[in-house]
Design a protein around this ligand. Structure first.
Ligand SMILES: [Zn+2]
Ligand SMILES: [Zn+2]
Length: 425
């Protein structure tokens, strides 16, 4: 992986000299993406009507497996519980690139009146993973149609549980990696996208560094001793102690971390007590920490532990801090890969619609693939105000402008091809 990376840094831009291996055949990819447009839209609508929660993507996984088999790909299923890995071996020798889509929906009751609205009560594709899956199936079809000239191997990762596995279960990108999705054949770079209302259809957002934040979910429990509310000195009141902890946590992010580093700490839930005149016996607080830097991330977590323990001790009680799962690392694009392959490919597909974006504080589990290979992640704009498609991800009214789907197919196919073409030179 490091060798491949060094090669990418050193190589001049593909357009700067005649390439030994062909760059992506843009016109053919474009024509193929247009040809299958209706089919990609149909898949997206079918998935939208049948959303499945994280680690429960049974129907979706089977649909994906069937389509990939129809295209003549090697298929592994299930991987990471309900995931699917498709392998497309090109007719020319070369490297190995992976493209990734997530497949899961959210526990949200859909509030749109789309003809293909969710048929599952309380479950909705409100993050656009239906579009991701449809785009990647379309990409597989486009690349399979050009297989004879494809200079290498494309691994298609259809991943479950991006939104987080149910409590007590493993899942998502981390489990895909653990189960060897990038190992055989050994993947040299991974590309992925996310749709959203952050930008209009026709636009793509990119970065050659941080693009999404890390996210860590925490729970703090403050022990108290319940007594009559008239005699708090007889017990231990955890409510003011919890309040002090909340304030002290904010002092970590505002006073103890370098001000140039993006970071957010939110306590989103506090629960404690039963009645107005009884001192609570315990307070539980849940929250999230986000950063764009792995070092800042671990620094904040260590300082939180010290603060929670110290404040509780000062009041003669104990408090525990627990991070509820492994958390997501920050999504930080590999600079060399972004500049040599990612950004030039997007600029060919989107033209002036490819724009640099500021890093966001939302998070993704995609960076787990970075344990195995450098990656490039970008945003695909799907908002269309004229059509009334303007809701944000994770809202009950979320929808995507389907005109973005062929653009997503073209972008993913071009990224894969360009990587392999450069790699093969
Ligand atoms: Zn989401
Ligand atoms: Zn998402």
């Amino acid at each position: 992986m490091l060798l491949a990376l060094a090669f990418l840094v050193a190589a001049p831009a593909a357009a700067a000299r005649p390439a030994a291996a062909p760059a992506a055949p843009d016109a053919e990819i474009r024509a193929a993406a247009e040809r299958i447009r209706a089919a990609v839209v149909a898949v997206r609508r079918d998935l939208h009507a049948h959303p499945e929660l994280s680690n429960r993507e049974e129907r979706t996984g089977h649909l994906v497996e069937e389509r990939l088999r129809d295209l003549g790909l090697e298929v592994r299923h299930p991987v990471a519980r309900t995931g699917v890995v498709g392998i497309l071996r090109g007719g020319r020798p070369g490297g190995v690139v992976a493209l990734r889509a997530d497949m899961d929906a959210l526990p949200i009751e859909e509030a749109t009146d789309l003809p293909f609205r969710s048929l599952v009560k309380g479950v909705m594709h409100a993050c656009g993973h239906d579009a991701h899956t449809a785009i990647l199936l379309g990409t597989a079809e486009v690349l399979a149609g050009l297989r004879a000239r494809l200079p290498g191997t494309v691994v298609l990762l259809f991943q479950p549980a991006e939104e987080g596995a149910p409590e007590g279960e493993e899942g998502g990108a981390a489990l895909m990696v653990k189960e060897g999705a990038l190992d055989d054949p050994k993947v040299e770079a991974v590309f992925s996208l996310h749709v959203g209302g952050w930008a209009a259809v026709g636009q793509a957002g990119f970065s050659d560094g941080p693009i999404f934040a890390s996210s860590d979910t925490f729970r703090i429990e403050v022990e108290g001793k319940a007594v009559h509310g008239a005699q708090p000195h007889m017990g231990i009141d955890p409510i003011p102690i919890a309040a002090e902890i909340v304030e002290a946590l904010q002092l970590i992010v505002s006073r103890q971390i370098d001000g140039r580093q993006p970071r957010v700490l939110t306590v989103g839930r506090i629960q404690g007590g039963t009645r107005f005149n009884i001192v609570a016996d315990r307070v539980t607080m849940d929250g999230t920490v986000r950063t764009h830097d792995a070092t800042v991330r671990s620094e904040i977590k260590a300082r939180m532990a010290r603060t929670v323990k110290g404040v509780a001790e000062a009041h003669g009680t104990t408090a525990t801090l627990r991070f509820l799962d492994e958390g997501n690392p920050p999504t930080v694009n590999d600079g060399a890969l972004a500049r040599s392959v990612g950004i030039p490919a997007l600029e060919r597909v989107f033209g002036k619609g490819a724009v640099r974006v500021e890093p966001q504080m939302v998070a993704e589990d995609f960076p787990f693939y970075g344990q195995k290979a450098p990656y490039f992640y970008f945003l695909l704009g799907t908002r269309n105000d004229a059509k009334g498609i303007a809701s944000v991800n994770h809202s009950a009214g979320f929808d995507v402008d389907e005109d973005a789907l062929p653009l997503g197919v073209r972008a993913m196919a071009t990224l894969a091809w360009d990587f392999l073409a450069r790699r093969g030179r």
